[in-house]
Design a binder for this molecule. Structure first.
Ligand code: FAD
Length: 197
């Protein structure tokens, strides 16, 4: 429950990315290159990807334009893929307790890729195939998208529900049970401490 008497400290964020991370003989990395809000903690991932892809592109074509444009496109695509996945968290939220969450759940400022993913989910399509069709597999895989949508408790209408296709992984409930029980052991000392209190 939100306590409206608490004062919030609002942080200003300048969100966005450079059009080109690599321009002439300069390469921007990290905050000089762009910033997306940290919900998915992907800043360091982008730094590493930028370094790796730059090395590969430079080795292949030096400072010339040969691989620069492809590199810039790939980095821009990665930012946009991450942005879409983060926007989806806000768009799928079902909180109704204040205007902030309600507005986020209803706005229409969505990229074509994100619209396509949302449509694919609600019409019961194979998300893996849709990711391949959109060519966005480098950022978040099908499992991440299934977890995101299902995690927010939004599902296709009953009539659109279907059994998993052969190539779609069905959850191994027995393995999951073992994993949950093992993970729970890490928490038992805390649980006992709580009971002792
Ligand atoms: C609390 C917190 C948790 C985070 N967790 C994650 C996470 O889990 N995963 C993730 O991916 N990202 C995370 N991030 C984000 C990530 O740490 C940053 O995006 C990343 O460190 C930015 O790297 P950078 O090199 O661009 O900038 P910085 O790391 O800020 O480096 C800039 C450097 O420049 C120096 N500097 C500044 N001005 C000058 C000047 N005039 N002259 C000389 N030097 C100067 C600064 O001292 C600093 O050393 C987190 C950030 C914070 C604050």
């Amino acid at each position: 429950m939100l306590n409206s008497a608490l004062e919030a400290r609002h942080l200003q964020m300048r969100v966005g990315r450079l059009t080109d991370s690599w321009s002439a003989n300069s390469l921007a990395m990290g905050l000089s290159q762009g910033f997306i809000e940290p919900l998915e903690a992907t800043a360091i991932h982008i730094v590493i990807t930028t370094a790796q892809q730059f090395i590969a592109a430079f080795d292949d074509g030096g400072f010339g334009p040969k691989n620069r444009d492809i590199f810039n496109q790939r980095i821009a695509g990665r930012y946009e893929g991450i942005r879409d996945y983060i926007v989806a968290h806000y768009r799928m939220n079902r909180r109704a307790d204040n205007a902030y969450w309600r507005d986020n759940a209803t706005h229409d400022h969505l990229s074509d890729h994100l619209k396509a993913m949302i449509t694919a989910w609600f019409t019961g399509q194979d998300l893996e195939q849709e990711i391949i069709r959109l060519n966005i597999g480098g950022y978040y895989g099908a499992i991440s998208w299934y977890c995101l949508f299902a995690g927010y408790g939004v599902f296709p209408a009953e009539v659109k529900m279907r059994a998993p296709l052969i190539h779609e992984n069905a959850a191994d409930m027995a393995r999951m049970e073992i994993f949950m029980n093992s993970a729970a052991r890490n928490f038992s000392p805390h649980a006992q401490a709580l009971i002792a209190l």
